[in-house]
Structures are given as C-alpha cells and as structure tokens.
Ligand binder design. Sequence first.
Ligand SMILES: [Ca+2]
Ligand SMILES: [Ca+2]
Length: 139
Amino acid sequence: MGAFMRPSMTSMLCKLLTLLALSGLAVSALAQETETSAAAKFKREFALTDANKDGVWSRSEVNARIARMRVGKGKADQAQVKKLADLWFTTADINDDGKVTEPEAETLLKTMFHRYDANRDGKIGGGERAAAKADLNKR
Ligand SMILES: [Ca+2]
Ligand SMILES: [Ca+2]
C-alpha cells in the first residue's frame, strides 16, 4: 500500500482524497458503510463519470466531475477545479498512460476507505464518518 505515492505528495493527496470522497466521488459509498457496498456504488459512479463510455476516465471527464462537485457547493473556481483534477488524475493514473481505469480509481477509493476505517472492521461507522468529515472541514 502506498508504493505508488511519492512521499512528498502524501499529505496533499490525503486531503484531496478526503475532499473527493466526501464531497462527491464516494459520498454515497461512505454512507453505505461496508467496503463491498462501497465498491458497488463506485461502479455506478464510475459509469456516470465516464461520459463518453469508453471505459476509462480522461482528464476532461475528471475535470467535469470535480466541476460539478464544486458547483454543488456554490463555488466554481475553474482554476482550482483544474488544479484538483490534474492532481487527482496524476495520482490516480498509476501507470501514467493518460487514462484512469476503473481499477486505478478503485485503488484510490480503497486507500481512502482504509484511511477512515479506523478500527479495521471493514465498515465506516458513525464515529468514523464524523471523524472523516471533521478531517475535511479543517483542510
Ligand atoms: Ca471516458
Ligand atoms: Ca492509467
């Protein structure tokens, strides 16, 4: 775990994962509490974001997805959206081929899930979810 992350990026990545996870990409997954159901929700989310249905996420698809999240919060700073999308994409695209496949995106979701599953029981319980939200709010 973590071998694909450069150490200097880890802290920023965690914040980004938190942001993405809680404000969009996996918020429904977290609400479902178990890793299995989170994975099922993720598959639907992946298909939704894959706008041109070619089975991978492109930079522009990720950018559009993040832009929708930011708009939902009442703020659409295009420069910040692009920065987040670029950072997310660079991190998620493990083999650096310019595409993020479902397994690549899922790896990030799992990393995030395990980060918040503090007692390692395979569920994000109420207290753990509250901690995840608090973590996001102090960013
Ligand atoms: Ca696509
Ligand atoms: Ca890739």
